[in-house]
Ligand binder design. Structure first.
Ligand SMILES: Nc1nc2c(ncn2[C@@H]2O[C@H](COP(=O)(O)OP(=O)(O)OP(=O)(O)O)[C@@H](O)[C@H]2O)c(=O)[nH]1
Ligand SMILES: [Mg+2]
Length: 431
């Protein structure tokens, strides 16, 4: 039993919270009021991962909900599963939106970080075998960028050796769909912190979530709830093998160990399959080869990438359901042997790690969530750096940051650090 504390930050983070809670409550057999009503022993075995038992078979989630504009946290009340949230862990002062990284990190951060740290400490004290923190946030706005960076820094300092990982949402590429003009700065300033502090960062983007909702889930006009339910399925998939019985189970530290060779190169691209799960139980036609190849298919990624000519450092795949493990392993072996995926020359031949949970997601027979550490992220990173540099060389909107005490030097450092990271990944691609 090892517990994970979730920090949902800003509008996006709290948006994901609703969908995530619904999903994991169902998986563990909890009613809307947190009462256990399931009938499968495995549901309770590791329920402690995300839930605390308050009284006999009554549970509450290990979550902390934070925003400086109280509306997203207050909107959680609309969720059927609201009673499962710990309202003592709501931090929702009314400062208006953050907008800039500087407000989130400095101005609002200094006002509320003590309160948040106290709440975190109390949550950690209630654990027996604490494994780490999962942050869920976007990095386009001020709160999800600045405040989430500050809190990532605080927990990394205080809880050394515990896993610190971030589910990080990138905005739409189309500037007309992104209301926050400061997003190009907020994104790179956050990445500067995530490079140094996050143990692994799982990249998500709204362009690709929109694509998946339309093409795979056949939703004509998807909204954030649809995006957030896809994200939640990924989070649940990542931790499924530590929550449910199976083979080769792995906890967060093991996933991190399997995926990350160079501490700075920890930005991983998630994929899930089947991605059309709303319309299918996934059992109409099951071809093991087709199934195991799916993590190479760019259509199943939750971040827009084109992995075809790219290199993979490592892949962690977590399979769910009663599956022919021998055939899967054999097929993965063939994929590597016949070089269907390329990796840097220094890598050993086995770059795909697997974990198996016998329990599939609710209403589904099988599923696989994969995390790929790949150079395919380069075009996206280069574009983000370019957007930042275009702004910065003209010193656009700098007053929004200097007003909250941020100096130009910090922008320069962030730019250099992010450029270095891109070069480090590029070098690996050429190896
Ligand atoms: N996937 C997803 N994206 C969202 C959601 N809500 C907002 N976004 C996107 O996230 C970005 C803005 O981030 P927000 O989470 O609204 O910002 P914030 O962290 O609250 O920061 P401030 O409001 O500036 O203080 C924009 O690109 C939005 O399109 C959501 O529920 N899910
Ligand atoms: Mg906000």
């Amino acid at each position: 039993m090892s517990e994970i504390i979730s920090l949902f930050i800003g509008q996006s983070g709290n948006g994901v919270c609703t969908e995530f809670l619904k999903l994991i409550a169902e998986e563990h057999g909890l009613s809307e009021n947190g009462k256990y009503q399931g009938d499968q022993g495995y549901q309770l075995e590791n329920i402690q991962t995300y839930f605390e038992e308050q009284s006999s078979e009554k549970y509450i989630s290990r979550s902390i909900n934070i925003d400086v504009n109280p509306t997203p946290v207050e909107n959680l009340q609309d969720s059927k599963y609201f009673p499962l949230l710990n309202q003592k862990n709501f931090i929702k002062p009314d400062f208006g939106n953050g907008i800039s990284f500087a407000k989130g990190y400095y101005t609002h951060g200094s006002e509320i970080s003590n309160d948040v740290e106290n709440v975190i400490r109390k949550e950690v004290e209630k654990t027996n075998k604490f494994q780490g923190f999962q942050f869920i946030h976007s990095i386009a706005g001020g709160t999800g960028s600045g405040l989430a960076s500050l809190l990532t820094e605080k927990v990394e300092e205080e809880y050394k050796k515990k896993a610190v990982y971030n589910y990080t949402i990138f905005p739409f590429t189309d500037p007309n769909k992104e209301k926050n003009l400061l997003a190009p700065y907020n994104i790179v300033l956050s990445l500067h912190y995530l490079i140094e502090l996050s143990h692994f960062t799982i990249l998500l983007d709204n362009d690709q979530l929109d694509y998946l909702s339309k093409k795979k889930l056949q939703i004509k006009e998807p909204d954030f709830n649809n995006f957030n339910s896809i994200i939640s399925r990924c989070i649940s998939g990542v931790t499924s093998s530590m929550r449910f019985p199976g083979k080769l189970n792995c906890d967060l530290n093991k996933i991190c160990h399997n995926l990350i060779f160079f501490p700075r190169l920890h930005f991983v691209c998630p994929s899930i399959y089947p991605t059309n799960w709303l319309n299918s139980t996934g059992d109409e036609y099951f071809d093991i080869e087709e199934f195991t190849n799916q993590f190479l298919n760019s259509e199943n990624f939750l971040v827009y990438i084109d992995p075809i000519k790219e290199k993979y450092f490592t892949i962690q795949s977590i399979f769910r359901g009663v599956l022919p493990i021998g055939s899967i392993e054999e097929n993965l072996y063939k994929i590597q042997k016949y070089k269907q995926i390329q990796s840097p020359k220094w890598m050993n031949s086995n770059i795909i790690n697997t974990a198996y949970s016998q329990i599939p997601p609710t209403n589904q027979n099988f599923d696989v969530t994969s995390l790929s550490n790949t150079t395919a992220i380069l075009p996206k990173f280069k574009r983000l750096l370019n957007n930042f540099t275009n702004y910065f060389k003209k010193k656009m909107y700098m007053k929004n940051f200097s007003y909250d005490g941020m100096e130009e030097m910090e922008f320069l450092e962030a730019e250099v650090n992010f450029r270095d990271l891109i070069e480090e990944i590029q070098q690996q691609k050429e190896f």
